[in-house]
Design a protein around this ligand. Structure first.
Ligand code: C5P
Length: 249
C-alpha cells in the first residue's frame, strides 16, 4: 500500500488531537500537530518579551525560528511526553484531552510540550497565526514534515494551503455547544472555576477569529470529507477514517 498524506482540519474542540493521534497510531503513520508549531512561536515571542501587536518583530522571529531549525517535533516513546512526570501548570489542560498529541515539541532543544498548553499561549498562538509572515515562515517546515507521506497532519489549513494535494482530507467538526461542553468539562475536571457561557463564548470567538482572518482562514477544502464528531466516540471516528485511508492507499 502507498503511504499517504492525511489532512485533518477543523475548529477548536472538535477532537482533532485525539482522533489524529489515534489514526496515526492505527496506521503506523507519523503525526504532525501543526498547532504546536504556532504555539511554539507564541511561546518564543512571549519569552522575547514581544507584545502580540508587534507583528513585524513576531514575523521576523518566526523566520529566524524556522530557518535556524529551532523548533522541532519529536515522536515521544509510547506517546507520552517525557516531561509529563513533571506537574503540569495548574491551569494547563491535560495532554490526553485538550490538545496534546503525544509528540514532544522542542524549542532550541528544550522540551516545551507542557508550556505551550498554557491558556495564555493558546490565545497567543491564535494571534501570531494571523500574521502573514508567520504563516509563510512555517509553511516550508510543515511541507517538509509531510513530504515523504505516511503522515497525519492536524491543523486549520492543511487541506487548503499546506497540502492542497493531500491524498485524503478530513474536516472534523461538531456543533459549537458540544465543543464548548467538552472544553468546559475538561476545565471543571481540572478544578477551574469557569462558567459554561464563558467557555462557549471563548469557543465562538476563536471560531470567528480563525475563520475570518485574511490569510489561510479555517474552511473545509472542497474535496475534504466532512466528519461530525458531535455524537460519536473517537474510536468510531478513527475506525471510519482508517477504513477510508486504507481504501485509497
Ligand atoms: O490546534 P491548536 O489549538 O493547538 O492551534 C492553536 C492555534 O494555532 C489555533 O487557534 C489557530 O489559530 C492556529 N493554527 C493555525 N493553523 C494551523 C494550526 C493552528 O492557524 N494549521
Amino acid at each position: 500500500p502507498r503511504r499517504l498524506r492525511v489532512a485533518i482540519d477543523g475548529p477548536a474542540g472538535a477532537g482533532k488531537g485525539t482522533v489524529a493521534r489515534g489514526l496515526a497510531e492505527r496506521l503506523g503513520y507519523l503525526l504532525v500537530d501543526t498547532g504546536a508549531i504556532y504555539r511554539a512561536v507564541a511561546l518564543a515571542a512571549r519569552r522575547a518579551s514581544l507584545q502580540w501587536e508587534e507583528e513585524g518583530a513576531i514575523g521576523a522571529l518566526a523566520e529566524d525560528l524556522a530557518r535556524g531549525g529551532r523548533i522541532a517535533l519529536e515522536r515521544s516513546p509510547h506517546g507520552v511526553p517525557p516531561d509529563s512526570s513533571a506537574p503540569p501548570p495548574a491551569n494547563a489542560p491535560a495532554q490526553s484531552s485538550l490538545g496534546g498529541s503525544g509528540m514532544r515539541v522542542l524549542l532550541d532543544g528544550e522540551d516545551i510540550s507542557s508550556a505551550i498548553r498554557a491558556p495564555e499561549i493558546s490565545l497567543g498562538a491564535s494571534r501570531v497565526s494571523a500574521v502573514p509572515a508567520v504563516r509563510k515562515a512555517l509553511l516550508a517546515m510543515q511541507r517538509q514534515a509531510g513530504a515523504g507521506g505516511g503522515v497525519v497532519l492536524e491543523g486549520r489549513d492543511i487541506g487548503t494551503v499546506v497540502f492542497p494535494d493531500a491524498e485524503v482530507k478530513f474536516f472534523l467538526t461538531a456543533p459549537a455547544e458540544i465543543r464548548a461542553k467538552r472544553r468546559y468539562d475538561e476545565l471543571v475536571a481540572r478544578g477551574m472555576n469557569v462558567s459554561f457561557e464563558a467557555t462557549l463564548s471563548d469557543v465562538l470567538r476563536r471560531d470567528k477569529a480563525d475563520s475570518e482572518r485574511a490569510v489561510a482562514p479555517l474552511r473545509k477544502a472542497d474535496d475534504a470529507i466532512l466528519v461530525d464528531s458531535g455524537h460519536r466516540s473517537p474510536q468510531e471516528i478513527i475506525d471510519e477514517m482508517a477504513t477510508l485511508v486504507e481504501i485509497r492507499a
